[in-house]
Each structure stands twice: as structure tokens, then as C-alpha cells.
Design a protein around this ligand. Structure first.
Ligand SMILES: [Zn+2]
Length: 96
């Protein structure tokens, strides 16, 4: 199966009318490596945004508030989970 970064590489190569075989030296490997790094960084950045910037409603079990991500106990009103850093959205909830 072709990965997203391989598809990106092929699109770049097609745009400039080159193939992996016509690139000089190890340019193809360097390009692939750079694209893979960008792809990984984009994935990590997206994951960090999901955890730290996008809030989720806390879980309520037996009168105890739990983090929606790691499900550990959290204090009412705290903006982020003390354990995993997940941003918590308290709108529409009330202190128990
Ligand atoms: Zn958590």
C-alpha cells in the first residue's frame, strides 16, 4: 500500500518531470527522508493540537469527574488533565 508521504513524493517528482532514477546521487533518498520527516511532524502537531488545544467534555462516573482521554480522575474546573494534558471543556456541566 502506498503511503501519504510516498504519494506526496511522486506528486513532486511528476511536477518537475523527473523520476527517482534521473535524480542525482542520493537526492531521491534525501527528498524521501525530508518528506517523511515533514509528514511525521505534521502528524505529531495534529496529535498535540487534538490533546492540548481542542477540548472534550469530561466523563462523570459515580459522581467522579474523569478525563475523556486517559480516564483518570480530574478536579472540577481544571482547564487541562493533570495526567495527560488533555484540554477539558466544562461548559454545560456542574460541580459534583
Ligand atoms: Zn487525561
Amino acid at each position: 500500500m502506498i503511503g501519504a508521504w510516498e504519494e506526496s513524493l511522486n506528486q513532486v517528482l511528476m511536477r518537475y518531470g523527473v523520476t527517482k532514477e534521473t535524480l542525482q546521487g542520493n537526492a531521491a533518498e534525501e527528498l524521501e527522508s525530508a518528506l517523511q520527516e515533514y509528514h511525521d511532524l505534521a502528524q505529531q502537531y495534529g496529535d498535540m493540537l487534538t490533546v492540548f488545544c481542542y477540548e472534550a467534555k469530561p466523563l462523570l462516573r459515580s459522581g467522579i469527574w474523569l478525563c475523556p482521554k486517559c480516564e483518570k480522575r480530574i478536579q472540577y474546573g481544571h482547564t487541562h488533565c493533570h495526567w495527560c494534558g488533555k484540554k477539558i471543556g466544562w461548559a454545560g456541566t456542574r460541580r459534583m
